[in-house]
Design a protein around this ligand. Structure first.
Ligand SMILES: Cc1cc2nc3c(=O)[nH]c(=O)nc-3n(C[C@H](O)[C@H](O)[C@H](O)COP(=O)(O)OP(=O)(O)OC[C@H]3O[C@@H](n4cnc5c(N)ncnc54)[C@H](O)[C@@H]3O)c2cc1C
Length: 594
């Protein structure tokens, strides 16, 4: 069977290795780091575990597995767990989420709702607006634009929305300041996607998926892992891959790819030495990949040439985790908390409540004094904080810890309820990829793709035009279309499939891929929009000037009644008899009866 070298042992690279090793390929994985899992790996705090307990669990950032993830969960289901059954069985459903505001002592807790009614998405939006007491005008604009996105066909999303930021698409500049803050915070749960710079197509599609997470109950809602990621998933994964014959080469940076006779002829290792294989999987992050595309390689594939021309700094941003180790557990809610008006765009989760399967936290980890861990992601590194008045990029590690703790206390505590107190805090851990060895400002070795407008057009497919090179990481073009573990896993599967195609592997045996599923209730409206798009028309709401959520939702319901038929001819038969559709036809300049 063919030999494959995988460069990068994050989720993308390990997924490609998994699919290929399961099919009998000889696989070698190289990574610069001594540990596996890339951005998803845990960072146990060395020397903090005593008397047989494990070291305290640090990490790059907390891990969240929304309901819509399928690829990652399928992979987990194929990895035996030392804690019983397979890795996927240790995913834990979060049953709540919360929004904590600094400026009004407000606390908004969301239960996961079960909505069996039609128009779940519309109903979810209504609940969202009511619970947050949004300004009616803001809610009207956001709701209408969101429903327009949800009822737009894929072709329109790519042609018209990909090049806009989510901010531009929503016309957020005309919303109130408080609404702008909420808008900025919600997408940050997924990745460092600033709606002011992230593509409307990516953020809109992902927002639909997240909204729908609120619409169903059960274990496949938003999930988190029942323990530190490396312990529960990455270690069992590398053990499984080793059992399938995969060879791991840790602390082995690949310095360059050799090109000869129109293909990759080998890799050069940073520490000296080289290696060759039949196929190569480049599974490094987008900024590292850009640096590895030599002119000789770019000459073999226009997509690689386009990628090589990009400035990495314009595609990536900072998002990093910090964990607070507390004497007592503070659960807050059973799920994630957003802090929309925190200057550093914080989100958090209190972890021990999901890790009960490992035993009491203080008996399992640390020196026996730590009972809780509050894991926080910082998504904004360029805006001054409230305690020190400096952006995170200008702060020392201690200053970052102090500032984030201060912002959390401001949002969580209120005059009658001091939930987070300084007496609770024993220690903290800031992501080790924030590197201060050169002094201030630090360097971040794990920046993340933030999907700027139009970036889909410069992102390559997993299968390149180079006959023995494929790409497997979170930036390659996928259904998932967002830099996440799910996107990286899908990218890894696509890379493996490209190799299977090239070796002529048995047809029909390919790694499974799942397109995103959107609310079925809106299918007919999306098909109608496809017809409008194909005929050169704008979206129905734009044609009719609908900018109000209530009108838009009402129109959708009516339209669905009209479109509740299968063929377009029949649609237009029905259209002729309703005043709503007469208006549409008039605006579109379509003669009635056409
Ligand atoms: C703070 C934070 C929180 C996040 N939270 C979530 C979440 O909750 N849910 C979610 O789904 N996603 C989350 N993500 C995103 C997710 O972690 C990443 O999208 C995903 O892990 C990327 O996987 P990857 O394999 O594409 O890349 P990486 O994980 O970056 O792996 C690439 C690997 O390549 C190695 N490498 C680089 N250059 C070389 C070289 N020259 N030679 C050899 N090896 C090399 C690196 O060391 C690394 O191990 C989060 C990201 C961040 C930053």
């Amino acid at each position: 069977m063919a030999k494959v070298i995988v460069i990068g042992g994050g989720v993308g690279g390990l997924t490609a290795a998994h699919e290929l090793a399961d099919r009998g390929f000889e696989v070698h994985v190289y990574d610069t780091r001594p540990a596996w899992g890339g951005k998803a790996r845990s960072q146990m705090v060395t020397g903090t575990g005593t008397n047989g307990r494990k070291d305290l669990p640090g990490e790059h950032g907390f891990r969240f597995y929304p309901r819509f993830y399928k690829h990652v969960v399928d992979t987990m289901a194929r990895i035996p767990s030392p804690y019983g059954a397979n890795v996927d069985s240790h995913l834990q459903a979060t049953t709540e989420a919360a929004i904590a505001m600094i400026d009004d002592n407000g606390w908004y807790r969301f239960d996961r709702k079960k909505l069996d009614t039609p128009y779940q998405l519309v109903d979810v939006l209504e609940i969202f607006f009511q619970d947050l007491h949004f300004d009616a005008e803001d809610a009207a604009i956001f709701g209408a634009r969101f429903l327009q996105f949800a009822t737009s066909c894929d072709e329109r999303r790519l042609a018209e929305y990909e090049d806009l930021s989510w901010w531009q698409y929503l016309d957020a500049a005309h919303c109130s300041a408080s609404f702008q803050r909420i808008l900025k915070s919600i997408p940050r749960m997924m990745v460092a996607m600033d709606p002011q710079t992230g593509s409307a197509r990516t953020i809109g599609s992902t927002s639909i998926q997240i909204m729908m997470d609120f619409a169903v109950t059960g274990s496949h809602n938003d999930r988190t892992m029942g323990g530190p990621t490396t312990m529960m998933w990455i270690d069992p994964w590398t053990a499984y891959l080793t059992s399938k014959g995969v060879t791991f080469h840790p602390s082995a940076e690949v310095a360059s790819l050799d090109v000869a006779a129109g293909a990759i002829s080998g890799i050069q290792l940073g520490g000296g030495g080289s290696a060759t294989a039949d196929y190569y999987v480049l599974a490094v992050p987008i900024d590292a990949a850009i640096g590895m595309i030599s002119p000789a390689l770019a000459a073999l594939d226009p997509q690689l040439a386009t990628l090589a021309e990009q400035s990495a700094a314009s595609l990536v941003d900072w998002m990093t985790g910090i964990q607070y180790f507390l004497y007592e557990d503070v659960a807050i809610v059973r799920g994630h908390v957003f802090y929309p008006d925190s200057p550093w765009a914080l989100t958090s989760i209190s972890q021990p409540q999901f890790w009960r399967g490992l035993g009491l936290f203080r008996k399992t980890f640390g020196d026996g004094e730590v009972g809780g861990v509050l894991s926080v992601d910082i998504s904004e590194w360029d805006v001054p904080g409230v305690l020190l008045g400096k952006p995170a990029k200008q702060c020392t590690r201690q200053e970052i810890a102090d500032e984030v703790w201060h912002q959390l206390k401001q949002a969580i505590n209120d005059p009658d309820d001091q939930t987070l107190t300084d007496e609770l805090l024993k220690s903290w851990h800031l992501d080790e990829d924030i590197d201060y060895s050169g002094g201030l400002p630090p360097v971040n070795h794990s920046r993340l793709l933030v999907h700027p407008p139009g970036s889909w057009n410069i992102r390559p497919d997993a299968g390149t035009a180079v006959p023995n090179l494929v790409l497997a990481a979170d930036y390659v073009r996928t259904y998932t279309n967002i830099a996440t573990m799910e996107g990286a896993n899908e990218g890894g599967r696509r890379a493996a499939n490209a190799i299977l195609d090239r070796v002529g592997y048995a047809a029909g045996d390919r790694a499974a891929l799942w397109p995103l599923v959107e609310p079925a209730e809106l299918d007919r409206a999306r098909r109608f929009d496809k017809w409008l798009f194909d005929h050169g028309h704008r979206h129905l709401f734009e044609v009719l000037g609908v900018r109000q959520f209530v009108r838009a939702a009402d129109m959708l319901r009516k339209l669905d009644g009209i479109l509740g038929i299968t063929t377009l001819d029949a649609v237009f038969d029905k259209l002729k008899v309703t005043s709503l559709i007469k208006a549409i036809l008039e605006k579109l300049g379509i003669p009635q009866g056409a």
